[in-house]
Design a protein. Sequence first.
Length: 190
Amino acid sequence: MKILKEIFSWMGTILISIIVALLVIIFLFQPTSVNGPSMENTLHNGDKIIINKTQNIFHGIPNYEDIVIIDSRIGRERRFIDNIMDPLKYNLIVSKITGNEDEIFWVKRVIGKPGDVLEFKEGKVVRNGEALDESYIKEPMLYQSDEKITVPENSIFVMGDNRNESKDSRVIGCVPMDHVFGKYLLRLGF
């Protein structure tokens, strides 16, 4: 009887540990991997990073130059259940096991916030009439456009640091804040 009681005690401890770990991954911090060269030279393909998801709890607009993780499927409404299921479906551990390499989550840098007017001239991003000094970009941007983009309320405009090799808001448009599910916290050393 004592052995059975000890087994149930261990099973309870393991179950509680799993639940706590899942809650942390779903709502607070999540490990993930960088896919592709779009954030070079800041982050590289295969880098393992930790995402801080507390922004989802406090609903704040990220700052300029913050590195954020977005759900690139902006044409579909994001529901609360997505916040629970996506970390379980699209995480570092599951992708290693299943080989699922869906690239719906993008790591990008915040360039524009609500109300900003953005232009792309002479290899530079111009925000509200001022060319940005972006020391973090890999090389001068080749992209040019005569279009002026005004970032809508409750949205951000994001770009990769490797401007010539990045799918970002230039492709999908401004990203609604409910599709921003975390900020880059740190790179892991393995």
